[in-house]
Each structure stands twice: as C-alpha cells, then as structure tokens.
Design a protein around this ligand. Structure first.
Ligand code: SF4
Ligand code: SF4
Ligand code: SF4
Length: 426
C-alpha cells in the first residue's frame, strides 16, 4: 500500500511576529487565523506508523498552540524508531520551561528562524522579534539538552537570503556554531509583495544557458557585434546589416539551445550582472567551508535555477495537512495568497485533495486525483515559465488557474520550489 513518507501538519495560523517576508504580508492573502483542533490532529494517527518525519509547522507560530506537546507525544507513541518530530519557530516563546517540556514530550528537531546576526536588521526584518530573544531561545535549548540528556535533539536555523543579508552568511554560520547548532537551512526569498521583489538574491539563468550565452557573446565580440543590443533591435523594422547579423546569431543560438533541450530566456541573460555569480559562489563556498569546519550540516539553495526541475515534496512523498484538516500536495499550494512574478501579481489558491475530518488521510493520499497529480508532477512535462518567459501569460496569472500553455491542469509550471531555489524543513 502506498503512503506518504513525510507529514507536515499545521498547528496554527496565528503568529506573534509580522515578518517582512511572510506570506501573510501578501495583498491577496486569505489565511484565516486559528488553531488545529484535537479532532483534526487525531485523524493523522493512522499515518504516524508509516512516516519517517512529522513537521508541526504552518503559516503561523507553532509555540502558540497550547497542545503542541500533546501532539508531539501522540506522534512519538505511534511513529517508528528513529523518526523525526520537529517544527520551525521564530523562537520568541521558547522559554527554558517550554524547551524542557517539548523535549520531554517528543520533540527531537527544532529549527529557529535567523536571517541575520545584525540586531538592527533582525528587528526590521522579523518585526515583533529581537535578536536578543533568539539568543535566549538558544540558551533555553542548551539548558534543556543538559536537563534531559537522554532525549537527543537536533537544533537548526533557517535563514531567508536577501540581497541585504547574503554577504553575512559565513558570519551566520560562525554565530550558529557558537550556539551548538547542528544544521542550517538556507532558502531564497519569495516575493509575496512588490516591495521586497528587489531583494531576491538568486540569478535567473541556468548555468548551462549562461555559459552558452557567454560563448556566443565572445564569438560576436570578435566579429565586432554587440549581442547585448538584441532587445533594442529585435522589433526594429529597418535593421542595419550588423543588426541583422545580431538577430541571426541570436536566432541560431536559440535553435542550438533548443536542440540541447536547454531553454534560454534572453531577457534574463541580457540582464545578469557580470561577476555576481562569482561573488555569490564565494559567499556560499565560504559558508560551506565554515559549516564543515564546525561540523554543521548546511543546505544551500541554488544560486541559479535548476536546468532540470525537481519538486522536493513529490520526490520525498510529503503530505501537507492544514489546520482545518485539508490535505494539499506542497508548500506552494496549501493556502490562498499572491506572489510577484516578473512584476505581475500571481494568485495562488489551495489545491486540496480531501479533508481528514471526512476521509482518513491514507485514503486521500491514495485517491485517484492525488495519485494522478503526483504522477504528473514527477514527469516534469510542463512548461518552465521562469526559464522561458520574460513576462507571464494569462494562463498562469488567471485566477483560478485551470491550465498552462501545454494544456496541463497542474499549477507547477510557474512554481519556484521545483527550481531548487527554495528550501524548508521537511
Ligand atoms: S514567524 Fe513565520 S508565520 Fe510568523 S510572521 Fe514570521 S514568517 Fe510569518
Ligand atoms: S504558461 Fe505562459 S508564462 Fe508559462 S511558459 Fe507557457 S506561455 Fe510562458
Ligand atoms: S506546485 Fe511546485 S511544489 Fe507544488 S507540486 Fe508542483 S512543483 Fe511541487
């Protein structure tokens, strides 16, 4: 019988912070605030013996749920040996007493959000929190580990990378090492509102496309052609001889890329800041070296999107259960909100395959619609809006989404999770 291997359960959609990068800041966000109730949680019982990890995290602060400990222990009692029970937290409510009780009741993994070690920047980005609160949270964990030594605990931090904090990443690794952190998850920013779109730090081209374009540029340079003028001459009616040559060179380049199954986005290629990739590589390499020296596991996102997409949630057989009991396939599709795409507003509505109040979760996992959704996602046979299109067509901006330009009914063509740019605790 087929079962999910990992479970993400949303304890609450309430939060004591108002972070700049939170999905709750998106203008189209419709995530009513409330907690999961015990009846919804207990419906997950049948899955616990089957899964290797349960992450008690949603769009809210898990420590606000008064029964979190009960849920942890309920899961622990039914899960196989070696399984993981953890959650992502902003850390503000992690007192020494709470840290001990969480550990005693079955938590063996905790991940605290820390994007910067600069107190001013932290306070601005994570509104409602202060870096000093986070220091106290780590102190509480250190003491709890000592008080309950027979309960092993993996402590992590999650960092959202933005242009303004990217260069601090190696420092953050040192900071984490001082607090005996075991793992670091780094993810790029998702632009839930226009005001933060310019903080996205990843580059838009795949490495293969960029290298191929650089080689075209060099060859064109030798012929005295400035390929970077392509976007200016593209729609010119009367092109000069040189401009026709540029046009033809780019057309041949696009054909050659297509033959290699490599999709190129000229707008992205023309706007990449020279040297930026090397600069980001140096920051990531330094962070990795430091993590290795400190014995910390670090998971970094791509600096560039993957040329061959991979959906972490489908590949790792993750099931998402919202606080109301709705079952969704992934982080991208479990709530209603908006995201920015190439300057446009994209509306995302939840994809739901059933509600565990009415149907046992394993039956939902095995139902035809959910199975067929997973199969389609894993074929990766859908367009790649980010790689191919400078703008977004009505297909992917339509609300609700119903199909892409290949007539697929799954909304994966314009998702950034499958591009290797985003990471989370799963
Ligand atoms: S702590 Fe998490 S849920 Fe709360 S506002 Fe920040 S990003 Fe959103
Ligand atoms: S769905 Fe629209 S935006 Fe996406 S690749 Fe197709 S035409 Fe481009
Ligand atoms: S929308 Fe993205 S994250 Fe969700 S199933 Fe599709 S590829 Fe995976």
């Amino acid at each position: 019988m087929d079962y999910p291997e990992k479970l993400v359960i949303e304890p609450t959609t309430r939060c004591n912070f108002k972070c700049d990068m939170c999905v709750k800041q998106s203008p189209g966000c419709d995530i009513p605030e409330g907690d999961i109730d015990d009846a919804v949680f207990s419906m997950c019982d049948s899955l616990f013996p089957q899964v290797s990890s349960v992450v008690f995290t949603g769009i809210g602060e898990p420590l606000l749920h008064p029964n979190l400990e009960t849920y942890l222990s309920g899961a622990e009692n039914r899960m196989p040996e070696g399984s993981v029970r953890g959650f992502q937290t902003n850390g503000k409510l992690l007192t020494p007493q709470r840290a001990v009780s969480l550990l005693e009741f079955g938590m063996n993994q905790i991940c605290i959000s820390v994007d910067t070690v600069q107190p001013d920047m932290f306070d601005r980005v994570r509104q409602g929190g202060r870096l000093s609160d986070i220091n106290q949270a780590f102190d509480a964990l250190e003491r709890a580990r000592k008080r309950v030594p027979n309960r092993p605990l993996q402590v992590g931090i999650e960092c959202v990378l933005m242009k303004k904090n990217v260069s601090q990443l190696p420092l953050l690794v040192d900071w984490a090492a001082e607090r005996e952190v075991d793992f670091i998850i780094v993810t790029h920013l998702t632009a839930y509102k226009k005001a933060v779109e310019d903080q996205i730090a990843y580059l838009n081209n795949s490495q293969d496309a960029y290298e191929m374009f650089e080689s075209l540029k060099q060859k064109a340079d030798l012929k005295g052609l400035d390929i970077t003028r392509y976007d200016k001459i593209l729609w010119k009616v009367n092109k000069s001889e040189k401009e026709i040559d540029i046009y033809n060179q780019v057309a041949a380049f696009k054909d050659a890329a297509l033959k290699k199954d490599l999709y190129v986005n000229l707008f992205h290629l023309l706007t990449e800041v020279p040297g930026e990739y090397d600069r980001l590589c140096r920051v990531f390499d330094r962070a990795e070296e430091k993590a290795k020296a400190h014995g910390i596991k670090i998971k970094l996102p791509g600096i560039r999107p993957l040329a061959h997409r991979r959906c972490p949630f489908m590949e790792e057989k993750v099931m998402f259960v919202s606080r109301q009991g709705d079952v969704s396939p992934c982080y991208f599709l479990w709530h209603q909100y908006t995201q920015m795409r190439a300057g446009y507003t994209k509306y995302i509505r939840p994809t739901v395959f059933g509600n565990i109040r009415q149907t046992p979760p394993e039956k939902i996992w095995q139902n035809t619609a959910y199975r067929s959704f997973r199969e389609k996602v894993l074929k990766y046979d859908y367009p790649n809006c980010h790689a191919w299109c400078e703008t977004r067509c009505d297909y992917v901006l339509d609300d609700p989404f119903y199909q892409d330009c290949f007539i697929n009914d799954i909304p994966c063509a314009d998702c950034h999770w499958n591009l290797g740019l985003l990471n989370c605790l799963i």
